[in-house]
Design a protein around this ligand. Structure first.
Ligand code: NAD
Length: 475
């Protein structure tokens, strides 16, 4: 193993997921000499920039969900449109190939941006040695070298959390990454965890024909989501055939005769399920194992999250942590991106801030769920005086014309000032509709501002307008 002294940079970014690549690009745009180190390899052993979000998360998931939605509408909705199709079947290999091609194309786009901005892109595993140096080891361990920088940005993301009662065997008991790479549709599928990941995966495989059972330890469904929306989601998903078992804590899972036996407990006792595959989607953990040498003295909490202040600064001068590594906000790609830009601009001496209060959340199921701001239950718990406007999508002309009638839009405003405090949507294109609400809240809009804004008709976003009008007309 050779050891050679390497270059020095203004900034080294460790990790090329959304937080890391955005930060590296912004640093370079601001004239900082930047390196980005990433160790993600695709199935062929090639570098694939973009982190979990691109390779094994949102993008891969949305690509497959789109295929699954098309398959389902051909099977169930086309007749209504007067379109007859026969002999429909699923070619999973082609579906995966399409998804992989999308991932590769987007990953190449990141590599091209790195090249354009003259960012040193290094395929290796990085370890923080101290506030100014990083050790890098090639994937084949053929070379180790040390890079130096005035500033180091940690952006190594997160990975699926292990569940000791359901050990991953990569064949029958799989994690969320593998669940986006199956080579056949499981006949009967169980998923541990009805969180964002569990629901997104369930939405894909259920539409492709798997009998899908979600086992969720909590008694309440989507407890951080507005409960009116969660209730609507529960109803819609159940009607779609997803079996949601709440208050069901998995206690063991083992392979037997090419199937998995899952044992779980609920208020009625212990039950057993036999399924063809079990997906563990019970949460994610920050990737901080071996991220820093002991002598670096990087402060982590008991769950491995990096300790940071409100400016993403760790306890080591010149070292920042962004994205899934910290507890500043949820594990969401666009939160990481914002922090990446924020830290780059901080380093360059520019003034910036991340507004964690107005951060949209999206669950990419069909229909989608999206929200921004506070939920009704949180506001009521705080004793806030509020008024609410809701509007069902099924009465809008656009929803009826497209047949995407499931869902509602809900606006919560302050009872006295009328300032919008939260917007919650379940429905087709909720992820796109929420952008208007985010912008309105960024500008401290009132619900009347929304009600007085002309919306194109007929559109789905007209439902947001109508929800605002219901508040206005209640006065
Ligand atoms: P999660 O924490 O949202 O959900 C995991 C669920 O598993 C929890 O509800 C938990 O109660 C349940 N669980 C844990 N152990 C269990 C057991 N033994 N039996 C039954 N249930 C059990 O975690 P996730 O869905 O894995 O997502 C991780 C993070 O990634 C979240 O912060 C999520 O927001 C983020 N993420 C976001 C997006 C997006 O923005 N669209 C997509 C993917 C992931």
């Amino acid at each position: 193993m050779s050891k050679k002294k390497a270059k020095s940079f203004d900034v080294i970014v460790i990790g090329a997921g959304p937080a890391g690549y955005s930060s590296a690009i912004r640093c370079a745009q601001l004239g900082l000499k930047t390196a980005c180190i990433d160790n993600w390899l695709d199935k062929k052993g090639q570098s694939s920039l973009g982190g979990t979000y691109l390779n094994a998360g949102c993008v891969a998931s949305i690509a497959l969900l789109e295929s699954a939605k098309i398959y389902q509408s051909i099977n169930y909705n086309l007749k209504e449109h007067g379109i007859q199709v026969e002999g429909v079947s699923v070619d999973i290999a082609q579906m995966m190939q399409r998804k992989n091609a999308i991932v590769s194309s987007l990953s190449r786009q990141i590599a091209d941006s790195f090249a354009h901005y003259k960012i040193d892109c290094i395929q290796a595993k990085a370890k923080l040695l101290n506030g100014h140096s990083v050790e890098i080891t090639q994937a084949d361990r053929s070379a180790v070298s040390v890079l130096e920088a005035k500033h180091i940005i940690l952006a190594t993301g997160s990975s699926p959390m292990d569940l000791s009662c359901a050990p991953i065997d990569n064949e029958f008991i799989i994690d969320s990454t593998m669940a986006l790479n199956l080579d056949a549709v499981p006949k009967r599928l169980a998923i541990i965890g009805a969180g964002v990941i569990g629901l997104e995966l369930a939405s894909i495989w259920n539409r492709l024909g798997s009998e899908t059972i979600l086992l969720e330890a909590q008694e309440s469904f989507l407890s951080l989501t507005d409960q009116q929306i969660a209730l609507e989601a529960y109803r819609i998903y159940s009607e779609q055939g997803l079996e949601l078992r709440l208050g069901a804590r998995v206690i063991s899972a083992r392979k037997s005769s090419k199937k998995v036996t899952v044992e779980y407990q609920d208020s009625d006792g212990t039950h057993a399920l036999r399924v063809d595959k079990l997906i563990v989607a019970s949460g994610r953990k920050p990737n901080t194992e071996n991220l820093a040498a002991a002598e670096a003295d990087l402060l982590l909490d008991e769950n491995g999250y990096v300790h940071v202040d409100e400016n993403c600064r760790t306890t080591l001068p010149g070292v920042y942590a962004i994205g899934d590594l910290t507890l500043l906000g949820p594990m969401i790609a666009h939160k990481g991106i914002e922090e990446g830009l924020f830290v780059a601009e901080q380093i360059a001496g520019l003034h910036n801030q991340v507004n964690y209060e107005i951060l949209p959340s999206v669950i990419f199921t069909a229909p989608e769920i999206a929200w921004v701001g506070q939920t009704e239950q949180a506001l009521r718990a705080m004793g806030e005086s509020i008024k609410i406007g809701t509007f069902p999508l099924n009465v809008t002309a656009r929803a009826q014309a497209t047949g995407q009638t499931e869902g509602i839009v809900k606006i919560i405003a302050h009872a006295d000032t009328d300032t919008i405090l939260g917007v919650h949507i379940i429905g087709s294109q909720a992820s796109e509709m929420i952008a208007e609400a985010v912008l309105a809240m960024e500008f401290s809009a009132s619900s009347e501002d929304l009600a007085r804004t002309i919306h194109a008709h007929p559109t789905l976003s007209k439902a947001l307008h109508s929800a605002a009008l219901t508040i206005k007309n209640k006065k």
